[in-house]
Design a protein around this ligand. Structure first.
Ligand code: HEM
Length: 221
C-alpha cells in the first residue's frame, strides 16, 4: 500500500472512529440528561446498560477500543503532519486562515483524553469494582445518587466544564471534517455541516448543564 493510500486510509479510519465516538456521545448525553429530567428512567437505563451482556461484553469493549484507537491514531497523525511540515517548511504556506479549532485538534484532543482519565476514575472504574470485584448485590436504584454525589466537588465540576468547552472546539472542526475525510460531499453537505456545528455546541453545553445542575442539586448523603 503506497504512502498516499496509507495516509488516506489512516485519515478515513480516524474519521470513522471519530463518527463512532460522536454517536456514543449522543447516546451518552441522552442517558445522562435523564439523570436531570427523569431520574427513574436514568436508574433503569443505567441498570439495563450495566447488567446487559451485549452492552457489557460486546459494545463496551468496542467503545473502549474506539476511544483508544482514536487517540493513538490522532497522536500518530499529528506527529506525521508535524514531520511533513518540518520537511516542507519553505513551501508550507501556513494555515493562516485555518480556525483555532482546526489548528489545535491535538490540544483539545489531549484535554479530552485527560478528562476521560478522570472520568474513568470517577465512574467507570468504580462501576467495574462494584460489579466484578466486590460483586455487591444489584441495587437498580443506586445509579442516580452515585452520579449526583460525583458533582459535589466544585473542583471536579470545574475540570469537567473546562473539558466540555474544549470538546466544543474538538467537535466544531472534527465532526464536519470527518464527513469530508470519508468523501461525503453532495447536495446535503451544507445542511449536514450546519447540523455538525449545532451538535458541536449544544451537546457539550448540555453536559455542562448536567454537571452544574447536579452540583447545585445535591442529594443528602
Ligand atoms: C455531565 C456529563 C457526564 C456524565 C454525568 C457522565 C456519566 C457517566 C457514567 C455514569 C458512566 C458509567 C457508565 C457505566 O459504565 O456504567 C460513564 C462512562 C463513560 N463516559 Fe461519561 N458522563 C458524562 C460526560 C462524558 C463525556 C463528555 C464523554 C466523552 C468525551 C464521556 C465518556 C464516557 C466513556 C467513554 C465512558 C465509559 C464507557 C461506558 O461505560 O459507557 N462521558 N459516564
Amino acid at each position: 500500500m503506497g504512502i498516499i493510500s496509507s495516509s488516506i486510509a489512516r485519515k478515513v479510519a480516524m474519521a470513522l472512529s471519530g463518527l463512532f465516538l460522536v454517536f456514543f456521545l449522543a447516546q451518552h448525553f441522552v442517558i445522562n440528561l435523564t439523570s436531570v429530567i427523569a431520574p427513574d428512567v436514568f436508574n433503569s437505563w443505567s441498570h439495563f446498560m450495566g447488567t446487559n451482556g451485549l452492552v457489557q461484553y460486546i459494545l463496551q469493549p468496542v467503545l473502549i477500543f474506539g476511544v483508544v484507537y482514536h487517540f493513538v491514531m490522532g497522536i500518530v497523525l499529528e506527529l506525521k503532519n508535524r514531520n511533513a511540515r518540518a520537511v516542507n517548511y519553505k513551501s508550507y504556506k501556513g494555515s493562516a486562515n485555518a480556525s483555532w479549532a482546526s489548528r489545535n485538534m491535538i490540544i483539545s484532543g489531549l484535554v479530552i483524553l485527560a478528562f476521560l482519565g478522570l472520568h474513568f476514575y470517577d465512574f467507570w472504574i468504580p462501576e467495574i469494582v462494584h460489579k466484578y470485584i466486590e460483586s455487591h448485590p444489584e441495587d437498580p436504584t443506586r445509579y442516580l445518587v452515585e452520579t449526583v454525589h460525583k458533582f459535589e466537588s466544585p473542583v471536579r465540576v470545574g475540570l469537567y466544564v473546562l473539558a466540555f468547552v474544549l470538546l466544543i472546539f474538538h467537535l466544531w472542526h472534527g465532526f464536519s471534517s470527518a464527513f469530508q475525510s470519508i468523501g461525503f460531499n453532495n447536495s446535503y453537505s451544507k445542511a449536514l455541516k450546519g447540523f455538525t456545528k449545532l451538535f458541536a455546541v449544544l451537546i457539550p453545553l448540555g453536559f455542562i448543564f448536567i454537571a452544574i445542575y447536579h452540583h447545585f442539586n445535591q442529594i443528602p448523603h
